[in-house]
Design a protein around this ligand. Structure first.
Ligand SMILES: *Cc1c(COP(=O)(O)O)cnc(C)c1O
Length: 344
């Protein structure tokens, strides 16, 4: 039986076109600025999101950290959501390595931060308080079920931030999912932020890499911070070549993952003992709950995994499944049959 891995869109493997591009990539030493494939790719990536410049980094975690370090000196405070990936899942890098202070405010179920909450979190001038420097958003919002933020919302946060002299960073690991789901131009989602990070190695199927984008001045400083973190790499054309194929060929097809996620949620909603609201599924991430039934969450996970369907347990009775390249509508139906069996 085919293994169906729904743990994350990071399990995607490089396409044949990527392998060929890697094989044929023209290479040089990127620490000397000499890798032509990387230089071309960074320019294209910046253009794609409407920024002046871009920087290839090994991971989304490093991309976010490079940006926070570039925006903030030690002791500066960052406003971000309590469910932000940067707060929950990046090993506290901003404080561990940057001496930067995270100030969390509640993420709403749709992934937003309320403007009033941001406003209230901005520090005044008082020697007892840290100084606020940065607001971070996440689009799509991973822990809020892949919720996409709109261009208007992003602009309104940026306007508020500007009014207070703050910068805005966007964790756009899945920014392409957001643009495709909303049918908006990518640049509308990025036009008002000062920096963003996006991932090549999630639904876009590249094997490695994320990209930091911003003004030319910002990227020059970010390049120095990448070096500090040990992220200066040599023949990076092998990464950039696959990344170029990812942005050339893999964006539009994300709609298929969104359809499959909706199909999955609709199926799960029909299974007694499981609970999910399919109307909330806008992109490729499905969280659902075990709500009663005779099976424990651990037992449920174990029995479904035994039948070749991999997924994650993310809370006391909460699970996550993510659709991605390589998962078909047929796979979703097969997974639903197994889940129905285990619950039935
Ligand atoms: C995956 C992810 C990251 C980090 O990416 P890595 O490449 O795994 O370090 C950052 N933010 C969000 C929202 C993510 O989903």
């Amino acid at each position: 039986m085919k293994k169906i891995d729904l743990r994350s869109d990071t399990v995607t493997l490089p396409t044949q076109a990527m392998k060929e591009a890697v094989f044929n990539a023209e290479l040089g030493d990127d620490v000397f600025g000499d890798d032509p494939t990387t230089n071309r790719f960074e320019q294209n990536a910046a253009g794609l999101v409407g920024k002046e410049a871009a920087l290839l980094v090994p991971s989304g975690t490093m991309g976010n950290l490079v940006c926070v370090l570039t925006h903030c000196a030690r002791g500066i405070e960052v406003i971000l959501g309590h469910k932000a990936h940067q707060f929950l899942h990046e090993a506290g890098g901003m404080s561990a390595l940057g001496g930067i202070h995270p100030h969390t405010i509640p993420n709403q179920p749709d992934g937003t931060l309320r403007l009033e909450d941001i406003e209230a979190a901005v520090r005044g001038d008082n020697e007892h308080w840290p100084r606020t420097g940065l607001v971070c958003l996440e689009n799509t919002h991973n822990a809020c079920g892949g919720a996409p933020l709109t261009p208007d919302y992003t602009d309104s946060v940026a306007e508020l931030a500007k009014r207070h002299g703050l910068s805005v960073h966007l964790d756009g690991s899945r920014i392409f999912n957001s643009a495709v789901a909303q049918g908006v131009n990518l640049k509308e989602l990025t036009r008002s932020v000062d920096s963003l990070t996006f991932c090549l190695s999630k639904g876009l199927s590249a094997p490695i890499g994320s990209v930091v984008c911003g003004s030319r001045k910002f990227i020059t400083e970010a390049r120095r911070n990448r070096k500090i973190l040990g992220g200066g790499m040599r023949q990076t054309g092998v990464i950039a070549a696959a990344g170029q194929v990812a942005i050339d060929q893999m964006l539009e097809r994300l709609a298929e993952d969104h359809d499959n996620a909706r199909r999955l949620a609709e199926g799960i909603a029909k299974i007694p003992g499981l609970s999910v609201d399919p109307g909330q599924i806008k992109t490729n991430i499905v969280y659902f709950d075990l709500a009663g039934g005779s099976v424990t969450p651990e037992e449920f996970l174990k029995r479904v995994v035994e039948k070749g369907i991999k997924f994650l347990i993310t809370g006391p009775s909460r699970f996550r499944m993510v659709t991605h390249h390589g998962i078909t509508a047929g796979d979703i139906d097969a997974a639903l049959a197994v889940i129905g069996d285990v619950m039935g």
